[in-house]
Ligand binder design. Structure first.
Ligand SMILES: [Zn+2]
Ligand SMILES: [Zn+2]
Length: 135
């Protein structure tokens, strides 16, 4: 039986004013972590466990490739859970942004705490829908 847990970042409202500090000091720590071998390994394990699929989409019966591994308990407040697979979930970009309330996540790369790098996945890029046809 798999119990999905929801991101509980909303419980941390009182920590709001700590964010300034977090952004400039702790992100360096997070940054180093996301580059560590341990993280790469655990992230890979989680992706395999989740079949490289976004678990939030899956709950809604949508099959979407996972684009990152998200910490269910935020890394900053639960540093000790950073490598615990039960605290990790594979998500697509859209769901990941939703989990974080549409805000960009500090970490590695623009908007992503743990973007999957390398050739395995396409990097989502803005789609330019050309509606203008020159005559
Ligand atoms: Zn998704
Ligand atoms: Zn996240």
């Amino acid at each position: 039986m798999t119990r999905q847990r929801y991101c509980d970042k909303h419980q941390n409202k009182e920590k709001e004013n700590q964010r300034y500090y977090d952004r400039f000091v702790r992100d360096k720590k997070a940054d180093r972590f996301y580059h560590s071998k341990e993280w790469q390994l655990v992230r890979e394990q989680v992706l395999i466990r989740d079949h490289y699929l976004c678990q939030h989409c899956l709950k809604q019966k949508r099959v979407t490739k996972a684009e990152m591994v998200h910490h269910t308990q935020p890394l900053r407040e639960h540093w000790h859970l950073r490598l615990v697979p039960s605290n990790l979930i594979s998500l697509c970009n859209a769901c990941h942004n939703q989990v974080h309330g549409g805000k960009k996540v500090a970490g590695v790369g623009p908007g992503g705490e743990s973007k999957i790098l390398g050739g395995r996945f396409h990097t989502p890029r803005p789609t330019f829908t050309q509606t203008f046809f020159p005559k």
